[in-house]
Ligand binder design. Sequence first.
Ligand code: MF3
Ligand code: CO
Ligand code: CO
Length: 247
Amino acid sequence: MYSAEQIEKIHRACIIAAGVLTALEKNISEGISTFELDKIAREFIAARKAKPAFLGYRGYPAALCTSINEVVVHGIPSKKVKLRQGDIVGIDVGVFLDGYYGDTARTFKVGTIRKEAQTLLKATYEALMQGIGQVVEGNRISDISHAVESHARRYGFSAVREFVGHGVGASLHEEPSIPNFGEPGKGPRIVEGMVLAIEPMINAGSFEVKVREDGWTAVTADGSLSAHFEHTVAVVNGKAKILTEWG
Ligand code: MF3
Ligand code: CO
Ligand code: CO
């Protein structure tokens, strides 16, 4: 659990992470490469005397994860990968500042997207907010999981099982892990001072994923679209305070 002073520091890292996404949103358009997006993110973070948290994490080679269409998470930025009209692109960023981490992700549309993609973005964002709604002192971690999965199912979509949300703060990934599916009422109790990264990954088709040859890029097994949204939240006065408001 974190003190108010520590949460304040985590918040500073989170504000920079959220700022990266806001800055990138303006640059999302047909033709820009994911490498260029990564460069913008690195400059934004460096200008604020912070560090990209993903760069070098378990050998990961970039500041961002950029996950297009059927890519679920951990797409690696590349000069060869350019955004195209009709794509959806998930951008995940972690920031390290003054001993603490912030972690946030959004999925953006490139130009006009088809109906199913639009519904998927809406459902995934809503699933995130439903999950955050369960972050109440006295609830249990799997109440978040259950809320996320139920919401995905309401739309006929499925929640990815292979990757989880997590505690965050002094490390990028810490206890507890927060699955995006399962029965409610299980796992650790939610208590004051917890800081959690809640991050539903929702597939339009089946929940199964596979990892490409590069060892990172996770894609849907059936080639269906996937979306990802993530906020870092702290339990303050018994309920969730979002630290990564995108603004
Ligand atoms: N997607 C992960 C998260 O939000 C972090 C990615 S770590 C990296 O928790 F090394 F793949 F970048
Ligand atoms: Co993240
Ligand atoms: Co995370």
